[in-house]
Design a binder for this molecule. Structure first.
Ligand SMILES: Nc1ncnc2c1ncn2[C@@H]1O[C@H](COP(=O)(O)OP(=O)(O)OP(=O)(O)O)[C@@H](O)[C@H]1O
Ligand SMILES: [Mg+2]
Length: 317
């Protein structure tokens, strides 16, 4: 666990955001050549980490930039706690964002970089040391930014986003360039914040990492929503890719007793069945008097579901 407690209380909580839900409704961005985002609607709940997934060019960054009022939508709206970003009275205290590996003045130390941001935001400069501590960057506080590794820059970006102790944190591919230890740290950090009721929206193309990190996922392709739900729901609903593995001395008798199943035979005496549940296979085996030596429901991982759901949608447009 990350020591989030005790470090973030000197700044008053984001004033007008009460629940911190992000609601994206009919959001659209058409450029001359491309419909980057096309009628996209989804919600992001507080208290959960939501993964925002999609192939390269799907429209993730464009969507996040519209939520943050950095890109003007062609149509549709995005609200945070019921208000558009532009209407938030204290945006830094309401929403923290990490859009790309943070940039800072090369000759400035991490701490001075954050102090400048504190001054601009009207926060006490002691807050700089608090957030450096929060992201594990305190030992490098007095080193110059130009000497920071990519992972340290990512942490500095998160530190900057945390300055206002925001209710909502939006991160675009924050795991880029992090080593396994850094990725693990990020996961613990974001999950700890979600547990404290914060809204965490994080885009990524690292699906295996998302499966460990996210409670909910929003999957888009070619600017449109493909699926939204909890990781369990998304994986559970992907019945088309769920399989039942069964080992039996009488595979043919079992197959004959099953309706609607298609079977692969990866090895002797083993069937890999699609289109049926483990319960159906067990019941059919009992009714047919076929012994089962193994019966396993093989749930697909998020990566497999993702590839299945986004298959055939042009990635680079
Ligand atoms: N300013 C712009 N002008 C024209 N086209 C743009 C602009 N910004 C983005 N696009 C296009 O919009 C589409 C979506 O881009 P976006 O960066 O939102 O995708 P992404 O999902 O973030 O991709 P990645 O995983 O590669 O970061 C792409 O086809 C991109 O070329
Ligand atoms: Mg992007």
């Amino acid at each position: 666990m990350v020591a989030v407690d005790g470090l973030v209380h000197t700044v008053p909580m984001g004033s007008e955001i009460t629940d911190g839900e992000i609601v994206v409704s009919g959001l659209t961005k058409h450029y001359k050549q491309v419909r980057a985002v096309d009628g996209l609607s989804f919600t992001v709940k507080p208290g959960r980490v939501t993964g925002f997934l999609g192939p390269n060019g799907a429209g993730k960054t464009t969507t996040l930039r519209m939520v943050l009022n950095l890109v003007t939508p062609t149509a549709g709206t995005a609200t945070i706690g019921g208000s558009r970003y532009a209407d938030l009275a204290a945006p830094l205290q309401s929403v923290g964002a990490v859009l790309e590996a943070s940039s800072a003045h090369k000759g400035r130390t991490g701490r001075n970089h954050l102090r400048v941001l504190c001054a601009a935001a009207g926060l006490p400069d002691t807050r700089a040391d608090e957030v450096l501590e929060l992201v594990g960057l305190a030992p490098a506080a007095k080193r110059k930014f130009k000497g920071y590794s990519l992972g340290m820059k990512q942490r500095l970006g998160i530190a900057a986003a945390m300055l206002g102790d925001p209710q909502v944190l939006i991160l675009d591919e924050p795991a880029n360039g992090l080593d396994p230890e850094g990725i693990r740290w990020m996961r613990d950090f974001l999950q700890a914040l979600a547990k404290r009721g914060r809204t965490i929206l994080v885009s990524s193309h690292l699906l295996s990492e998302m499966e460990l990190l996210a409670d909910d996922v929003v999957i888009i392709a070619a600017g449109r929503l493909v699926a939204q739900g909890s990781v369990e729901e998304i994986i559970g609903n992907a019945s088309s890719v769920a399989k039942v593995r069964v080992r039996t001395p009488k595979p043919d008798a079992l197959l004959a007793a099953l309706t609607g199943a298609t079977a692969e035979r990866p090895e002797d005496g083993v069937l890999l069945l699609s289109g049926v549940t483990a319960e159906q296979v067990g019941d059919a085996a009992l009714a047919a008097g076929v012994a089962l030596h193994e019966l396993v429901a093989e749930m697909p991982d998020l990566e497999r579901v993702f590839l299945d759901l986004t298959a055939g949608k042009e990635a680079i447009r």
